[in-house]
Ligand binder design. Sequence first.
Ligand code: GTP
Ligand code: MG
Length: 247
Amino acid sequence: MRTAIVSPTYNERENVEWFLRNVREQLPNAHIFIVDDNSPDGTGVEADRLTAEISEVTVVHRATKDGLGSAYRHGFDVARAAGYEMIVSMDVDRSHDPSVLPALVGAVNDGADIAIGSRYVPGGGTANWPLHRRLLSAWGNRYTAFVVGLQVHDCTSAYRAYRATALEAIDPSSTRADGYAFLTELMRRAARSGLTVAEVPIVFVDRQYGKSKMSGRIVVESMLLVTAWGVRDRLHRLKSLLARRRA
Ligand SMILES: Nc1nc2c(ncn2[C@@H]2O[C@H](COP(=O)(O)OP(=O)(O)OP(=O)(O)O)[C@@H](O)[C@H]2O)c(=O)[nH]1
Ligand SMILES: [Mg+2]
């Protein structure tokens, strides 16, 4: 399958060259789209310079920082319009190990609609994350899976491979959330569309270079949205149950 990698960047100057070289080594034929939001540290300029040395790289420049969700939505649209049959989403900050790429892409080639790089299946985990971050992520995921009724163990991992037809069914452009909630919303839609999801174990490595864009606002956005979806789904079920009784 013709494959594209979509990777948003904001101030990843210390990471972008490492990222491009390692992804190129793992998947020699995949096209890489970097979506840069005019990083003040010059990540976009550095990525442009590297296109001369590393094949099949396109840098998509956007004028202002508009959030991770928005950058992924934009990158997915660009890759789909270019006709790629499989689209991988991946962070640039070295948290997503490029050596997992063949397994991730392999799972979609073997028939899955979506393959998730998962921290919460046997063999997966997190390296050098502080305790509060580990607990927040692990319990956030359990809470989300329970409330939204997902069978997936890691619904906030951004490291994923999608069949283009799966993205079409999910329609990411019509989502609004920005942080983890964006990733969860895509999984919720995938489940509703009956798409098959495979999980490939990953060990998530905390970033060593550059600054985290994680914030309290992102966590709150995610928890509120998940709770609202849970309540809405249950009300919906209750209503159809009552309607059936009355009939
Ligand atoms: N284009 C664009 N990329 C972004 C934006 N925010 C984050 N990114 C990129 O999205 C990826 C994930 O962002 P991170 O800052 O690592 O967020 P995180 O993974 O949730 O948190 P940490 O790993 O703790 O930093 C990285 O490649 C970032 O450079 C944004 O507003 N615009
Ligand atoms: Mg990160």
